[in-house]
Design a protein around this ligand. Sequence first.
Ligand code: PRT
Ligand code: ZN
Length: 284
Amino acid sequence: MNLRIAIQKSGRLSQDSLQLLNDCGISVKSGGAKLRTKADNFPLEVYFLRDDDIPQYVQDGVADIGIVGENVLYEKEKKVTVVQPLGFGRCRLSLAVPKQQAYQSAASLQGLRIATSYPVLLQRFLASKGVTAEIHEISGSVEIAPGIGLADAVCDLVSSGSTLFMNGLQEVETILESQAVLVRQNDLDEEKERMLGRLLFRIASVQAAARNKYILLNAPNEALDRIFSLLPGMKSPTVLPLADPGWSSVHSVVPESEFWEKIEALRDAGAQGILVVPIEKMIV
Ligand code: PRT
Ligand code: ZN
């Protein structure tokens, strides 16, 4: 029996979704014309779908799990459970108005025509602010709607902001911060639960590896106590004597987020010959 995963066929999430499976040691060839394929070395069947259809397929149990953006997931309001945020496909769902248009607060949207592909999320936001507006649902190129007189404002996905800028729009409210997430259907049999557990373990190891770096450094023995106090490590640092007596080599793991501060502090503490190595997998 195979665990069935739905991923986007072709679009912004496709590459990263396949890459994640590959990083988990699961080799899947990209879809091409195929609707589904089987992984070579893990009991996984991959369905390639439009992202909009993924929540429904998972809810209905046609697929067991899926990778989809939170923006699509919350817009579709399907009964599936988020099991793991994946850290890619980051964007935000924002409201924007023409640059020259005055905007103070959500109340400024009262009575406006707003173009969006996200009517559910937009309506929920407007209701939470006590604002009534006319929602025009359109499926693509939302950003051109004000320029052609179809709407007074837009509610669309933004990442760099350059699409809004090029269309003379200013971002005025963010209504959702989004990233790709792994979702699951609620009823899986015992065997599939076990397979999902194995997959989640691998994803956690890949994510931990990406968040950390392995460092090696040399230090005079009298500096070691100070250096140890700077290193979180997995348990404690590994210390090996160097051929030069009075010197040691120290190996440890440092989180990416505090990486440069740590390196500076280690140098100040007397560390030399610091090497930094990416971690392939980190078993947590
Ligand atoms: O064919 P299918 O339906 O599967 O694909 P799609 O065309 O609906 O989706 P796709 O591939 O464009 O996006 C898939 C998912 O990627 C989205 O649902 C989001 O979760 C995520 N994502 C991340 C984005 C963006 N960033 C993004 N910038 N989706 C769309 N955009 C668009 C946005 O709509 C706007 O047109 O990019 C433009 C804005 O980008 P900036 O950089 O100019 O601000
Ligand atoms: Zn789509």
